[in-house]
Design a protein around this ligand. Structure first.
Ligand code: COA
Length: 159
């Protein structure tokens, strides 16, 4: 069964190797080990790992919850485990918990060329609301800014 494990300073060590392998297989400029450790110690940051049917770490999501907003910082699924709904599951869980905790909006930035991720966000109801020119320094690529209004989601869930 698929499950989501909340990372803490106590349990992260046993997940770090898997997280770093997925991170390095997913991004041109991957986060370092210290980057993940820093997030797990940050009280506004949430880092969750998704375990697949085999009980192995399949991916993770990292986001900040502050005031009434969620900011998505990182999401990745193991290259061999993509297209099975793990990414979708992580995002839906983030949205569910966000609504439960009174969050009103989710914001994120995505590379213009990352069509797969953009489609996934769009299917969940995110709208493109802006563009940050040359936001990614490694490739000089623009970021698309996307936003999901959780107040709409909340009323949609009630009807
Ligand atoms: C973006 C990312 C996290 C998506 O994760 P994922 O687990 O592959 O996503 P999902 O499986 O939920 O959805 C992706 C696709 O699989 C399809 N899918 C979902 N569940 C499925 C299932 N059970 N069977 C078959 N296909 C399925 C979805 O319809 C979707 O289709 P698409 O090819 O039209 O996009 C992953 O591609 C990744 O790690 N990319 C590299 C890192 C990255 O770019 N992160 C985003 C930074 S902004």
């Amino acid at each position: 069964m698929i499950s989501v494990v909340v990372m803490t300073p106590e349990n992260i060590e046993s997940f770090l190797d898997s997280i770093l392998e997925i991170e390095r297989g997913s991004f041109i400029s991957p986060w370092s080990k210290n980057g993940f450790l820093q997030e797990v110690r940050n009280p506004i940051s949430h880092l969750w790992v998704i375990m697949d049917e085999d009980g192995a770490a399949g991916g993770y999501i990292c986001f900040w919850m502050f005031e009434r907003e969620i900011q998505l910082l990182n999401i990745a699924v193991h290259p061999e485990k993509r297209g099975r709904g793990l990414g979708n599951h992580l995002l839906r869980e983030m949205i569910r918990v966000g609504i439960e905790r009174g969050m009103e909006q989710v914001g994120l930035e995505v590379r213009t060329s990352n069509i797969k991720a953009r489609k996934l966000y769009e299917r969940l109801g995110f709208l493109a609301v802006g563009r940050r020119p040359r936001y990614y320094q490694d490739t000089n690529e623009d970021a698309i800014v996307m936003s999901l209004n959780l107040l709409n989601e909340q009323s949609a869930a009630k009807h």
